[in-house]
Write a new protein. Structure first.
Length: 677
């Protein structure tokens, strides 16, 4: 027999939206399970509750199984749990024993008559009292032999009034499994739905497994497989959104390691080191086994490994074979990864990438939506549109995608499509970083290093860089190296800097080749050697590192380790510009200003400086100011000089501060500058 009670609990305790709905749902569930008697009631005062509990207790006598469910306000006091009736007028803890119902007494009456007593307390949905009751949530319960108690939230926790627990419980009760498994799977569902903020607890005094709807072996094999697949659905979405999985879920996946879906999901975890030790080779083998079993998620992962060359030699042809096979299943994650395939350099087709991202987004893939936003932000394949990108990032982030959260943080950080806001940037970076997004972790470190949106703290910067470095994120390793190189937050240690740069090189970060070159150029931790610096810069330049090309140009310009050669300097600067280095625009302007390797031409210098200034290069802005101040290539104009110095200062140039001070000290007033300014 079953007894149900749901209570809105209004008045002094605050109204709850869902207890009556939840009690009605469980009542209907018990009817489906053919319980002989169902005593169901809602919104009762103390006297009415006592009568219904008496009725329930009488009916429970000699019952094989008695099931009691309560939804509403509850509180702990003096080691007992109390269910709080409507209009109880309780204002302090001491009133609970005589104005509320002791759940321990209900369980004792059930256990005295029924063979098995199951009590479910979906209570303490918020803290009903403030200072008068210190205990948050329910307290642990003393159970009797043959009893089984389930709490919607563990002792000391508050249960959310969001129907998650009741719905999960109802679904699991209808499955042919023991009450112990009902509780376990309900707990797993609630943990997933609440990001582990609500943990349903149990207190077990049963001597054996108890079944409310038959045993699992009464199902045929196909139904077992369908049930298992249903359990995977929430896990799959969490993993592909980048959410970390609870340890219990990972253990469950490992228990089902021979299931193709489980293999695909474990493949992701092992490739990222998310909750398990990182093992790319194992990740590849799991994906391979899953794909060959016909699992679409396994095909998606196998395509990824071939595309990236992780755990196996890079093979674009095999990558395409598996992702093409996967999209035949009309799966959103397959669509997303087909889009990523067409974004890769060796198979780049932005129109097709956009097409597949849009298909994935239409099926509800929030991460694909963020990738679509990134295409708009970069203007890849169509007109750049920061506003459109921002809207897509916001929608993706609001659906819980860590990629969307990262990109939303990035546009706030850089003021793209939205007013620059470091606080918002930090907020969204943190949400993504908390889910293991390596670039977001690195960027939080950068914000701490720069003091943007947070108080400058090199120790915190190092902590976040190390989190990202643990995931083999090269830029984070280089940033750690730079902290050691500069002695920020750590004792200056050039050897440690070199070690971190070498770690970055080992995982394929080509920029770190240039960092080693810089150590040799400066003689930091190594004997100063310009030729060795050139060697490392050229290794980086061969990999397309633009700033290394610029540094090669500097060596030729200044005759460091080589004969001065302005023509070589110009060629390397132009290579760097072509590769995307904006500082080299200003370097070219400098050669024209000085007449190094070219005919001196202040107007041409100004043209190159302005190109660099348009890209935000601060020292190009300063040099424009100098040309205006000295009247080189332009009419002398102190007002314009001041404007450009101020732009340079705003862009981060410290040296322009001196120029402004010097300019303001000049006793001339022929160009509109006040002499006392």
């Amino acid at each position: 027999m079953g007894g149900l009670h749901g209570d809105y609990q209004n008045g002094e305790l605050g109204r709850l939206a869902n207890p009556v709905k939840d009690a009605d749902l469980i009542a209907e569930t018990l009817r489906k399970l053919k319980f002989d008697v169902v005593v169901s009631s809602n919104n009762l005062n103390r006297e009415e509750m006592d009568k219904k509990i008496d009725e329930f207790s009488q009916s429970a006598k000699h019952a094989e199984i008695a099931f009691f469910y309560y939804a509403g306000h509850g509180s702990a006091y003096g080691g007992s749990n109390y269910l709080i009736p409507l209009r109880s007028h309780i204002v302090e803890a001491a009133q609970l024993p005589y104005r509320a119902i002791n759940s321990q007494e209900i369980l004792a009456r059930m256990s005295a008559g029924a063979g098995v007593s199951v009590m479910v307390l979906d209570a303490c949905r918020d803290t009903p009292f403030t200072k008068s009751i210190a205990t948050r949530g329910l307290t642990k319960m003393t159970t009797h032999r043959g009893s089984y108690v389930i709490y919607a939230a563990d002792s000391g926790q508050v249960a959310y009034d969001n129907r998650v627990f009741a719905k999960a419980l109802s679904q699991e009760l209808l499955k042919p499994q023991s009450i112990q498994d009902v509780a376990l799977r309900t707990r797993q569902a609630v943990l997933r739905a609440t990001d582990e903020r609500q943990y349903p607890a149990t207190y077990d005094k049963l001597r054996q497994k108890v079944y409310l709807n038959g045993k699992p072996d009464q199902l045929d094999q196909s139904n077992k497989i369908n049930e298992l697949n249903a359990d995977f659905s929430g896990i799959t979405d969490d993993v592909f959104l980048g959410k970390p999985l609870p340890k219990r879920t990972i253990k469950w996946l490992q228990h089902h390691k021979n299931h193709p879906k489980s293999q695909a999901i474990l493949s992701i975890l092992y490739s990222e080191g998310a909750g398990v030790d990182k093992d790319v080779n194992k990740a590849f083998e799991l994906a391979k086994s899953s794909a060959k079993s016909g699992e679409v998620l396994g095909m998606v992962r196998l395509s990824y490994f071939y595309r990236k060359g992780k755990g196996v030699a890079k093979d674009n042809e095999k990558s395409f074979y598996w992702i093409k096979k996967a999209v035949g299943f009309k799966n959103k994650y397959a669509y997303r990864n087909m889009g990523l395939y067409y974004e890769e350099k060796q198979s780049r087709n932005y129109e097709k990438a956009k097409y597949w991202f849009e298909k994935a987004t239409a099926l509800g893939d929030a991460t694909a939506q963020s990738y679509l936003g990134e295409m708009y932000r970069n203007g890849n394949g169509f007109k750049q549109d920061y506003d459109k990108a921002f809207e897509l990032f916001k929608q993706s982030a609001n659906h819980g995608s860590r990629s969307g959260e990262f990109y939303l943080g990035y546009v706030y950080d850089n003021g793209q499509g939205v007013t620059q806001d470091y606080n918002q940037a930090f907020y969204w970076y943190y949400k993504a970083a908390d889910k293991g997004h390596a670039t977001a972790q690195n960027n939080i470190g950068w914000m701490y290093q720069r003091g943007e949106g947070v108080k400058q703290n090199y120790a915190y910067a190092l902590k976040w860089y190390k989190k990202a470095a643990k995931q083999e994120y090269g830029l984070a390793m280089r940033n750690i190296g730079r902290l050691y190189e500069d002695g920020k937050g750590v004792e200056q240690d050039y050897q440690q800097a070199k070690i971190w740069y070498e770690k970055a090189i080992k995982i394929g970060d080509d920029n770190a080749l240039g960092d080693i070159g810089y150590l040799y150029k400066k003689g930091y931790g190594v004997k100063q050697d310009y030729q060795e610096a050139m060697h490392w810069y050229k290794k980086a330049a061969d990999k397309g590192v633009d700033w290394a090309m610029r540094n090669i140009g500097d060596l030729y310009r200044d005759g460091l380790g080589v004969d001065i050669d302005y023509n070589q300097a110009m060629q390397w600067y132009k290579k760097a510009v072509k590769a995307g280095d904006n500082d080299s625009l200003s370097k070219i302007g400098y050669l024209y200003e000085k007449g190094y390797g070219v005919k001196q031409d202040y107007q041409e210098a100004m043209r190159w400086y302005k190109k660099a200034a348009d890209k935000g290069v601060d020292w190009a802005m300063r040099n424009i100011g100098l040309l205006y101040e000295d009247g080189k290539g332009v009419e002398q104009d102190y007002q314009q000089a001041k404007i450009w110095y101020e732009k340079a200062i705003k862009a981060g140039s410290d040296s322009a501060l001196g120029n402004t001070g010097y300019l303001c000290g000049r006793r001339q007033n022929t160009t509109g500058l006040p002499v006392d300014e």
